[in-house]
Write a protein that binds this ligand. Structure first.
Ligand code: THU
Length: 128
């Protein structure tokens, strides 16, 4: 299996989701070939929950990564799970128009562009 997808699966195994029981894994790949995994980390104050995608990208940025190529996201439902709106915005700001690979434990898989998930995005170019 693609190492990026395997990293997302491994991260999903570390998901902390006692409230929703919806376990999500993500993994982001850097332009120089590094991979950072992330899982959702829920909180009893529900709004403080962090999604798997943002855990992965924040981990990568905290380790000094700057350029990204792909992110993979895995959950265990037939309908492939895309990043939520907040994660789309954060990914756009930090990664630009990367590939977003959605897959599930049954082997279904789809690759999208982030610009298709977040058309006409707001970003730093509006702040110039
Ligand atoms: N979640 C993610 O981690 N990523 C997604 O793409 C969708 C939602 C998490 C947040 C929460 O812990 C649980 O899934 C249910 O919303």
């Amino acid at each position: 299996m693609d190492a990026l997808l395997q990293a997302a699966l491994d991260a999903r195994g570390r998901a902390h989701a006692p409230f929703s029981r919806f376990l999500v894994g993500a993994a982001i790949e850097t332009a120089d070939g590094r991979i950072f995994g992330g899982c959702n980390v829920e909180n009893s104050s529900y709004g403080l929950t962090m999604c798997a995608e943002r855990t992965a990208i924040f981990r990568a940025v905290a380790e000094g990564a700057k350029r990204f190529t792909r992110i993979a996201v895995v959950a265990d439902i037939p309908k492939l799970t895309p990043p939520c709106g907040a994660c789309r915005q954060v990914l756009w700001d930090l990664c630009g128009d990367i590939d977003v690979i959605l897959f599930n434990l049954e082997g279904a898989r789809e690759t999208l562009r982030l610009s298709d998930l977040l058309p006409r995005a707001f970003d730093a170019t509006y702040l110039d």
